[in-house]
Design a protein around this ligand. Sequence first.
Ligand SMILES: Cc1ncc(COP(=O)(O)O)c(C=O)c1O
Length: 410
Amino acid sequence: MEEKEFLDKYLTDRRNTSCLKWDYLNTRYGEKDLWPMWVADMEFKSPDGVIEALKRRVDHGVFGYSFCWDSYYEAYSNWMEENFNYPIKSDWVRTSVGVVPALYWFIHCFTEEEDGVLIMPPVYYPFHQCITDTNRKKVLVDLIHQDNQYAIDYAKVEEKIQEEKVKLLIFCSPHNPASRVWKEEELDRLFAICQRHGVLIVSDEIHQDFTFNGHQHTPAPRVHDGKYKDQIILVNAASKTFNLAGLVHSNIVIENEELRLQFDDYQKSHVPMEVNILGHLATEEAYRHGKDWLKALKGVIWSNYLYLKESIERELPEVKVADLQGTYLPMIDLSHLIDTEGDEKVIVNNMPVPKKLKHFVQDKCRLAVDYGAWFGDAYQGYIRFNLATDPQIVKKVVDTLISQAKELKA
Ligand SMILES: Cc1ncc(COP(=O)(O)O)c(C=O)c1O
């Protein structure tokens, strides 16, 4: 499918549909009239096969108790095998009402209060929140960020694991918001450190399907022919890939039987759940029928990225756009345009943001974005930009950013 056909068919106005991204701006950003380049979902309808299957189920008209059926596991495993060479046995799979809730469960299940939980900023801010909300010790090892590239600081990881009695690593792969797709050698080196020190790894791979420019995602349990699989919990979902987040459904894969039983005990006594049939059904159908849709979507995202990157490079050389290997959420470094050093903070979306940056981004450019400061302290002058949207919006927003920046410099 060509990009134009995809856009003609799937691009949709989401306003006035209780849509968080558009209709909740006033609550989160204090005003309505902003371009929503924030939360990671999209303006595109899901693949036809998903909508048709949901319609059939809705027409049946009964939404009683259900269970996770065989063809669900089969579709999930086929997708993982075809795309990542990782077939998954149904016994290993558990489901959850979203990736973020599952992160809270893992922390409760596998760690004690005051245990160290390691994350690598800049990282998806619920990673920070799930550790502090559960009274665990947040152990931070920033990614090394040099020449617009991000890398893992292995020496620091090992040092902090020993110093802070780290029990759990919550890892993001591909990484949001560094937009890195980790190479297998990088994962191998990181996981070997965790193995040496008995650290359990939770690998959040919700962005697995968004890789670009030849970068290949490796599921954590597959690294080095499965060398670390017994200490890995993988969590992923079709929700980000196929715009199904409102159906609150995700997958958990635990190969190690002992960990799986521990998790089952935890779930049974703390978060007993029934199956959400619509979430399961949409996920199965997306994995079965979503391939061409996803290919076209990625084409749109990549064109949007090129527009952003090339326009900014040409017009504002002091502003840096991250290299987009994975996700659809690159960071933009505005720190050489706006000096945030020692700047007063204002609260946006319940989190602090440098006042001058907020003034430029929200008041002048009229954008609602995720601010770098939310992902890591060292990213005060950054914003994260959601590219999974209408190219016309991307064009308008990028052009506005450039013209406002030029006015600021004048
Ligand atoms: C790394 C990462 N994990 C999890 C989520 C959200 O997952 P869920 O909606 O299933 O809780 C996001 C959404 O942006 C994300 O970027």
